[in-house]
Design a protein around this ligand. Structure first.
Ligand SMILES: NC(=O)C1=CN([C@@H]2O[C@H](COP(=O)(O)OP(=O)(O)OC[C@H]3O[C@@H](n4cnc5c(N)ncnc54)[C@H](OP(=O)(O)O)[C@@H]3O)[C@@H](O)[C@H]2O)[C@@H](O)CC1
Ligand SMILES: [K+]
Length: 496
């Protein structure tokens, strides 16, 4: 579940080699051995194997794989543009490999042979060009299947971006823990099936490294999921309030409200302008309805009912009123638990002056804040970060720190970042979620979990995962209305 940056991984590799029992070359042999085993399980019937080795330790892994496949009597061709640096572990691996390397320029890919990509791994430091780029293009043109060692060459281990050109692998075998490039697009799509292999590095080294980045999986937040017990009544299960837009845009708020209820909030109230009360009333049953279109009415509601979590933004409209409301809600003293979820229009409304929002969120008594922008909304609040090259993780972390709230930067590879530096990359996203209203549902799920006492980072991570899992469960034909109804089944699978 932990995800390591290339720097963290190489520091752990170094410490593992110092601590033993395996030195650097032994770890490399372990890496090559597990990769060869994964290859043999899947591709033993291939016509042959073309192993492409680069100058660093990724190439070293390749020499080990080439030797092991050749020892099995398989047809193996070895290709290298540059020999490994003298005295390195990779040079030892090359010495121990009985095959002679041919120059990479001589490589002629064939569709019935497997390409073992050991050109570059974590050490990729600039765009791929020359013979390596030509090899990548040639393999794509020939349609040969690729097994990548550690990471498809050309994918940045740090950001998942393509640097110049990159292989499109059918299988990627990586070692110890995943890196951001395995989970962030486009890298994630280029990895194919990703196998995480144990090469003999002790897990204890990870604890010492103090990881703050994870793949978003239930193990990260399962223990913080709310559970009902004998003392439970509807208000201690948490009360969520959702602000509705005007008469022709009420659906988004109702989707959020329904999702909050289905995620276990004990009570949900829809706050509606007078003009939309009848429209909303016609579509609500268990969810309560209250008029709130002035500051006085909102303050009265907050004083009367003290909702733990609030959703503002879905279908609400951009303007002064949404800004006034957001600032008012951030000035309210935080409840014992819960928080404020700002989505959609409540984010865009601060485009002209994001600092106003961030200052309010930093108020001493402000409730925990969760922002759920997609890339377009993110660019409105953080134009400098959006334009920046670099990983989605770095951008989400900087934004969370600046905003003083949890950032849920949505997309196929949603990143959740906390102002304290913790971050998670979602692993179960699905294209089925690309449907109108799906974001409104997510805001509601997060609010429902906040209201039940889950801390903001955990509630956001859980919300993102549950939302995607519900979509996977439904599959083709999904519309946003289906998502809340599938939450009980997804939650039942997680709560004992
Ligand atoms: N350490 C361990 O214990 C273990 C490590 N393991 C393995 O090691 C891998 C990391 O190894 P690594 O650090 O040597 O980096 P690697 O990816 O081989 O590339 C560096 C070389 O490529 C060069 N280069 C970079 N970009 C280039 C470009 N565009 N075009 C051309 N050249 C370029 C770069 O040149 P330089 O930047 O120095 O000029 C340097 O020579 C890791 O992914 C895993 O597979 C496993 O064996 C398990 C144990
Ligand atoms: K590689």
């Amino acid at each position: 579940m932990e995800v390591l940056t290339p720097e963290e991984m190489s520091a752990i590799d170094r410490r593992a080699a110092e601590a033993g029992p395996f030195d650097g070359y032994h770890l490399m042999r372990n890496a090559g051995a597990v990769a060869a085993a994964e290859i043999l399980v899947r591709f033993a019937d291939a016509a042959g194997f073309d192993v492409l080795c680069g100058p660093g330790n990724n190439g070293g892994d390749g020499y080990v794989v080439a030797r092991l496949l050749a020892e099995r009597g398989l047809d193996v061709r070895l290709l290298a543009a540059v020999p490994p640096r003298k005295g390195s572990d990779a040079a030892r691996a090359a010495d121990d490999c009985p095959l002679a390397a041919r120059p990479l320029d001589a490589f002629r890919p064939a569709p019935d042979r497997i390409v073992v990509d050991a050109l570059f791994g974590a050490g990729l430091s600039r765009p791929v060009s020359g013979a390596e780029a030509a090899a990548i293009a040639g393999v794509a043109a020939a349609g040969a299947r690729v097994v990548a060692l550690d990471l498809p060459s050309g994918i940045s281990s740090d950001s998942g971006q393509v640097m110049g050109a990159a292989f499109d692998a059918a299988l990627t075998v990586t070692f110890f823990r995943k890196k951001p490039g395995h989970l962030l697009y486009p890298g994630r799509a280029r990895c194919g099936e990703t196998v995480l292999a144990d090469i003999g590095i002790a897990g204890a080294l990870l604890e010492a490294a103090g990881t703050t980045l994870w793949e978003n999986l239930p193990a990260l937040w399962r223990s913080a999921l709310p559970t009902a017990g004998p003392d439970t009544h509807k208000y201690n299960r948490g009360h969520v309030a959702v602000f509705s837009g005007g008469p022709t845009s009420t659906g988004a708020a109702r989707l959020a409200a329904r999702a909050a209820a289905r995620s276990g909030a004990g009570a949900v109230t829809l706050l509606s302008p007078a003009s939309a009360l009848m429209v909303n009333a016609m579509h609500l049953t268990a969810i309560m309805l209250r008029r709130a279109e002035t500051v006085t009415e909102v303050e009265q509601f907050l004083a009367d009912r003290r909702p733990a979590a609030i959703v503002l933004g879905p279908g609400f409209g951009v303007g002064d009123w949404v800004r006034t409301l957001a600032l008012l809600l951030l000035r309210q003293a935080a409840a014992e638990r819960g928080g404020l979820v700002l989505d959609a229009d409540a984010i865009s409304a601060f485009a002209a002056n994001p600092g106003e929002l961030f200052d309010a969120a930093r108020g001493e008594t402000a409730p925990p804040l969760v922002l759920t922008p997609h890339e377009g909304e993110f660019a409105r609040l953080f134009p400098d970060l959006a334009e920046r090259e670099g990983s989605k993780i770095v951008r989400a972390r900087r934004a969370a720190e600046r905003a003083g709230g949890v950032m849920v930067l949505k997309g196929a590879d949603t990143v959740i970042a906390s102002p304290d530096g913790r971050a998670a990359i979602n692993g179960n996203g699905t294209a089925f979620l690309a449907t109108a209203g799906s974001g409104d549902v997510l805001a509601g799920i997060i609010a429902g979990l906040l209201a039940q006492g889950m801390p903001a980072f955990e509630a956001s991570c859980a919300g993102v995962w549950l939302h995607a899992e519900a979509a996977r469960l439904f599959g083709p034909g999904l519309i946003a209305e289906d998502l809340p109804e599938l939450l009980p089944e997804v939650l039942a699978g997680l709560i004992d």
